[in-house]
Ligand binder design. Structure first.
Ligand code: AMP
Length: 453
């Protein structure tokens, strides 16, 4: 028997409902911020990432799914979205044809050959945004506050926002020199990765998890001492915005992020679940001053962030904000006997196309077993159809929470169901399946609401 590839996972229906809920909530918030969806290919030419994400990053050095296609071109399954989106921004000349900033959001799978562990997979789904072509620090501030609002909207009110400033190019060049000087005497004892990082991008050493290197990194010079006046002012103004917006944050001078294109502000949202599991970063991002130019476009900056949906889902399940469940149906159609199958299927489809989520029993089983199935599927009402009913153009509707049932003419069925739902359920169209608890809502209780709109 074949198994799934190590580090990948199947999102089964019991979980995929939560997955979709997260994606749709995040997309709707991005839309409120006037961001538009972009879908770029999973496959890009490898240079998009080697030039974009950076030769010095762990992602490019060790984690990419790269192969030669049948035409001998090196292609890579995207390990992240930003570089591919910037490639598309340039290729489609969005910088010339659209108002700047171009605000984009995305959701889809990304691939990294990492060691699988809690919240870390080799195929995972990212949701993120990119705002391209605007250098205002308030654009950076808006992106951070959007990410924060999204986490709050998901019910995660205990996230820890960490920020750091990597400065402009000159600040970073000076800082890298200082880091090299600091690490040089210890290079022999440092891990093989850090020896390479020392040459390619010494900032990456600050990210190293190997105990010796990590300890050493704690004593390294701090970027704050090397920031230019402009970078410092920019960072201060963003902090002022966060203070005024009551967005709690802490400055983490070790935060460098794993992608080489960042400059100026970088940020990350850390989370420990209520049960105490440390999920690391739920998402992060930052400003990138020169990535667009680096990939062959005009000298315009960008800013963005990315959340890991798999990790968000794990956290929301762990904190019991989401439940693992297959969504319930509204109605369950129960044909009695084999002679009414055609009518039952047509009736079921009619109910479905009228907006009721409806399932149908295909098996010739006892009525009692059908009721058990209906209850298991969470149906509120059973629609029973036997030969007599078909002959008389009628159906029986049974409220599964009570012992009541009623015979109804097929032509009156929809208005009867609408009436039932109106009297039992919420009128609000703004949600699905759960009570909105808004004024005017006629649900008896949260659990009572099965709004089918
Ligand atoms: P990054 O692109 O590295 O900044 O990652 C952004 C977010 O994507 C992280 O905070 C995680 O939530 C998620 N993420 C990154 N790598 C993985 C992975 N291997 N498995 C699951 N989620 C990931």
């Amino acid at each position: 028997m074949a198994n799934n590839v190590k580090g990948t996972r199947d999102i089964l229906p019991i979980t995929s409902n939560g997955f979709s809920k997260i994606e749709s909530l995040l997309s709707s918030i991005a839309t409120l911020f006037n961001y538009h969806e972009i879908r770029t290919p999973v496959l890009e030419y490898s240079e998009v990432f080697s030039r974009g994400v950076g030769e010095g990053s762990d992602i490019v050095r060790k984690e990419m799914y790269t192969f030669l296609d049948k035409g001998d071109r090196s292609v890579t399954m995207r390990p992240e979205f930003t570089a591919g989106i910037v490639r598309s921004f340039i290729q489609n000349k969005m910088y010339a044809t659209e108002e700047l900033p171009v605000k984009l959001f995305y959701s889809g799978p990304a691939f990294r050959y990492e060691r699988p562990q809690l919240g870390r997979y080799r195929q995972f789904t990212q949701f993120g945004v990119e705002s391209l072509g605007c250098n205002s620090l308030y654009n950076d501030a808006e992106v951070i506050s959007m990410a924060y609002s999204m986490l709050l909207a998901l019910g995660l009110d205990n996230v820890k926002l960490k920020i750091n400033c990597l400065g402009d190019e000159q600040s970073r060049t000076n800082y890298k020199e200082a880091l090299k000087e600091y690490f040089k005497p210890h290079l022999e004892e440092m891990c093989p990765d850090c020896k390479q990082r020392y040459e390619l991008n010494p900032l990456r050493i600050l990210d190293c998890k190997v105990p010796y290197d990590h300890e050493l990194a704690l004593g390294a010079p701090k970027i704050a001492e090397y920031l230019s006046t402009e970078s410092k002012e920019r960072f201060d103004k963003i902090k002022e915005f966060l203070d005024k917006s009551k967005i709690n944050y802490e400055i983490d001078d070790q935060l460098v992020r794993g992608l080489d294109y960042y400059s100026e502000i970088v940020f990350e949202f850390a989370y420990v679940s209520k049960k105490g599991k440390d999920y690391g970063a739920l998402g992060g991002g930052g400003h990138y001053g020169h990535l667009i130019k680096e990939l062959g476009g005009p000298d315009l900056p960008g800013v963005g962030f990315s959340f890991g949906i798999d990790r968000l889902l794990d956290v929301l399940l762990d904190d019991e904000i989401l439940k693992e469940e297959v969504p319930a149906v509204d109605l369950y159609v129960m044909p009695i006997g084999n002679n009414v199958r055609n009518e039952a299927l047509n009736l079921t489809n009619m109910l479905r196309l009228s907006g009721y989520k409806t399932d149908l029993c295909f098996d010739d089983i006892k009525l009692g077993s059908m009721f058990k199935r209906a209850t298991k599927k969470g149906a509120k009402f059973a629609v029973i159809l036997g030969e007599d009913e078909v002959k008389n153009n009628k159906v029986i509707i049974k409220d599964l929470s009570k012992e009541e049932q009623k015979e109804i003419e097929v032509k009156d069925l929809l208005s009867y169901l609408d009436e039932l739902y109106r009297s039992h359920h919420c009128h609000c169209h703004s949600h699905e399946g759960e009570c909105c608890s808004e004024e005017g809502c006629e649900c008896d209780s949260d659990s009572d609401c099965k709004c089918h709109h």
